[in-house]
Design a protein around this ligand. Structure first.
Ligand SMILES: Cc1ncc(COP(=O)(O)O)c(C=O)c1O
Length: 381
């Protein structure tokens, strides 16, 4: 499953091509692994038959039923195929949801630091970000419910939730989700819950879909997910949205079909294989990610001026480098002095300044090389 440096350097994707060849990339959320055998077989078969024409309607191919069965089996979340729709990618659905489910200028709650497209989508659709920073404590980030409640005004109509949360790696507990649900009901908010990292839970706790909390909550929630993150097939562009009510679904579909975009035939074929025949591969990936997470913890312990709480989900380590007293942003420092490309913390909002995000979904040997380079750069301070 692990790929050598030479093979990775031959890839055409953005991760391994955005920087010169002396830089090791640990930024964008792609994994440096082989894809699951069942996905490879499905793609090979489609290519062998030159089966790359317009895709069959996903309901005819049974993808909606497969997805519902998976949500039930994995999370005990009962939904029916009528509620499910497929699009190109999760970020696209976020934009469509903001455009169709909120009015221009409406307030949208976002919990920072946050995956950058959350901030961009609100800004670019002419909505207003209602920022509720997560609070950094010794054992990780938590929700400041008082601040959140105080931030919501009469024009705030939507909560854009990231659960599990990128970049902090928090998988919110049932109590935390119930706390959010209480506010959502009190203020009559719609919820768009991006749960793309759900399958990447690294601890024993099972992911809790926000919409599974209660019927009342489900009715006002649109849940987004995709096989792209856990199965490492982002380039195939296939994402799912689960609409908690017919009214929300109908409102979402008011933009013309061609604006909403199509689904790729290969994306549908790969999603079938991912959701029906790739869980053994996923378990193996999770074992490797847990071991890599521990390696990052060992690295961070050697540098007490770097604060780090291991993620409960995702393969992303959020490193607080403010204690290093660097003259430049840590992203710049590690790029120049370690030749390691991390994600720049400030892209995740003001609360990310002085942080970097490290993607540890790579082979243990490449991760070791990344951390050795970072160690050496830190040693020069
Ligand atoms: C929270 C979150 N949402 C969405 C995406 C991207 O999903 P897509 O490629 O389906 O737009 C990512 C990618 O890293 C992510 O971390």
């Amino acid at each position: 499953m692990e790929l050598s440096l030479a093979t990775l350097r031959q890839r055409r994707g953005v991760k391994w091509n955005a920087y010169p060849s002396d830089v090791l990339p640990a930024w964008v959320a792609d994994m440096d692994f082989e894809i699951a055998p069942a996905i490879k077989a499905a793609l090979d078969e489609a290519i062998a038959h030159s089966d790359l024409g317009y895709a069959q309607a996903y309901s005819d191919s049974g993808l909606d039923e497969i997805f519902c069965a998976r949500m039930q089996a994995r999370y005990g979340w009962q939904i029916n195929p009528r509620q499910v729709d497929f699009f190109s990618d999760v970020v696209q659905i976020i934009y469509l949801a903001l455009l169709t489910l909120t009015e221009p200028g409406a307030g949208v709650v976002i919990q920072t630091p946050i995956y950058p497209p959350f901030l961009q989508s609100v800004k670019e659709t002419g909505r207003r970000a209602v920022i509720s920073p997560l609070v950094q404590g010794d054992s990780g980030y938590t929700i400041d419910f008082e601040h959140l409640a105080a931030s919501i005004d009469a024009q705030t109509t939507l909560l854009l939730l990231c659960h599990p949360h990128n970049p902090t790696g928090r998988a919110f507990t049932r109590d935390e989700l119930n706390g959010l649900a209480e506010l959502v009901l009190k203020h009559d908010l719609i919820v768009v819950s991006d749960e793309i990292h759900a399958d990447l839970a690294l601890d024993s706790r099972r992911h809790i879909p926000f919409a599974s909390l209660s019927a009342e909550i489900a009715a006002r929630t649109v849940t987004l997910t995709s096989p792209s993150k856990p199965f490492n097939i982002a380039g195939l562009c296939l994402a799912a949205a689960v609409f908690g009510s017919d009214a929300l679904h109908k409102q979402f579909l008011t933009l013309p079909a061609h604006v909403r975009g199509g689904r790729s035939a290969l994306g549908i074929a790969a999603a079938h294989a991912a959701w029906t025949a790739s869980d053994a591969w996923l378990e193996e990936v999770l074992r490797l990610l847990r071991a890599n997470r521990a390696t990052v913890v060992t690295f961070a312990r050697q540098w007490p001026r770097i604060k780090h709480t291991p993620p409960q989900a995702t393969y992303l380590a959020w490193l607080d480098c403010r204690g290093l007293g660097l003259a430049v942003e840590p992203y710049q420092f590690f790029l120049e002095h370690a030749k390691v490309a991390l994600s720049e913390g400030s892209a995740f909002g003001d609360e990310g300044r002085g942080f970097v995000r490290l993607n540890f979904a790579t082979s243990p040997s490449i991760l070791q090389e990344i951390l050795t380079r970072m160690d050496a750069a830190l040693g020069t301070l």
